[in-house]
Design a binder for this molecule. Structure first.
Ligand code: GDP
Length: 417
């Protein structure tokens, strides 16, 4: 079940999924749609897909068909990949029986790539392929390296192309005497930026991705920015979603915010390019906040910071928010306070009476649990009411919180989360 449905907001069908194999996790991107269209379109599309694979991927599975040797498409792709031989795994598919192994040598003409065979339809050799992938990605090693490099805050800068992500990054680097390091031993350039703010070490990982992309079509860039954003989001503690104040919030932004909330990530909205505002900036900000209010009603706790990445305006205060949000994710509320919050919530809304206790189960991000007698499950509006009461006392700005529900007593259905 590795491949999920296409990500909404992408203009092309590109499948993306997480694979877990023997405790190692990697993302798999299927560059679908390459073979549609006219000859010219195919060429361009193949070109772009390959270009992006080279840039984005740690490893490229160059999948060819045993029953279709020597085709022009493969040769075109092979030519492109030759310079990157190290991160290519040439996989010959449809090798369904031993007899087919005999002609394998022919594929070596495509280049001196690592070569392996598979039969996708029968599943034969897929385990070997996965093993090879894990080995070529050096996944075990990577995990160990990460351990030693842990920073206080993993920060991600996310947003659609041209909103000013790399400008923001450069401003941060310029201001912070940051350490920009390339990791050796990886199959591509992973450039991490580390710096301190308010005594916390902050790392922005794989910033090479923020600085790209090169010359590829708008559609292709757009779909990759979704993938990249999801990947960066999954690995971070706090994400700064950058938008262009003039453009406002687009589908990609909403998609990211929804995902950030679901994954329990800290999130800050940075409205960039305020230097271009004509007239009263305060009025502009007030208007924007009013305009965003409805769209953002599912993340009312998210801070909105207006910045100019280019003119270095408010970038410091943005970083201050990053530190604050990371701290908020670690909020622990004492049982005594939770008891008071629950009691007062019940006093002001008797429907909450069936909630018998409120406890905090986890932090980073904060996770709570309410207990109710079976058959008296609280309505989601009651849970939301309770969340608001918790946030009245402990705002936990910038972080999602979770409230799980647990019943006790007989339901006939057992315990429910
Ligand atoms: P990215 O694709 O999100 O990394 O965006 P870039 O950082 O490459 O910026 C795209 C364009 O917007 C460039 O021409 C930048 O100079 C411009 N830009 C970025 N930030 C600002 C800003 O704060 N103010 C103005 N006026 N332009 C900006």
């Amino acid at each position: 079940m590795a491949i999920e449905s296409p990500i909404s907001g992408t203009t092309r069908d590109r499948l993306y999924g997480e694979v877990v194999w023997q405790g190692n996790t990697f993302d798999l991107i299927d560059l679908a749609g390459v073979e549609t269209g006219t000859k010219k379109e195919i060429d361009q599309s193949a070109q772009e897909s390959v270009d992006l694979s080279i840039v984005e991927a740690d490893l490229i599975i160059f999948l060819v068909d045993w029953t279709d040797k020597n085709n022009e498409f493969d040769k075109l792709v092979a030519r492109k990949l030759r310079k990157y031989t190290d991160k290519v795994l040439l996989v010959v598919n449809k090798v369904d029986n031993p007899a087919r192994m005999r002609d394998i040598e022919e594929f070596k003409r495509l280049g001196s790539f690592d070569l392996t065979t598979v039969s996708a339809i029968s599943g034969k050799s897929t385990g070997d392929l996965l093993e090879k992938i894990v080995e070529k990605l050096g996944l075990d090693k990577a995990e160990k390296e990460e351990e030693t490099q842990k920073a206080d805050i993993d920060l991600a800068i996310i947003g659609r192309p041209n909103v000013g992500k790399s400008t923001l990054l450069n401003t941060i680097i310029g201001e912070k005497r940051a350490i920009v390091s390339s990791e050796a031993g990886t199959t591509r350039d992973i450039i991490d930026v580390r710096f301190f703010h308010k005594g916390k070490s902050i790392i922005i990982k794989d910033t090479a991705g923020i600085r790209r992309p090169g010359k590829v079509s708008k559609d292709t860039i757009e779909s990759y920015s979704v993938l990249r954003a999801h990947k960066a989001l999954r690995d971070c503690d706090v994400a700064v979603l950058v938008i262009d104040g003039v453009e406002g919030l687009v589908a990609l932004d909403m998609n990211i915010l929804g995902q950030a909330k679901e994954w329990g990530k800290g999130i800050i909205l940075a409205v960039n390019k305020i230097d271009t505002v004509d007239g009263d900036v305060r009025e502009y900000m007030a208007q924007k906040i009013w305009q965003f209010q409805e769209q953002l009603n599912f993340v009312p706790w998210m801070p909105i910071v207006f910045i100019s990445a280019k003119e270095d305006e408010n970038v410091k205060s943005l970083l201050g928010q990053v530190v604050a949000v990371a701290e908020n994710r670690r909020t622990t509320i004492s049982q005594e306070s939770l008891d008071i919050i629950l009691k007062e919530a019940i006093n002001s809304n008797f429907q909450l009476e069936n909630i018998k206790s409120l406890v905090q189960k986890k932090t980073n991000p904060p996770q709570f649990e309410v207990v109710y007698p079976a058959k008296r499950k609280p309505h989601f509006t009651q849970i939301r009411f309770l969340e608001n009461r918790i946030r009245d006392a402990f705002p936990m700005t910038g972080t999602p919180i979770f409230i799980d529900e647990k019943s006790y007593g007989k339901t006939g259905k057992g315990r429910k989360k």
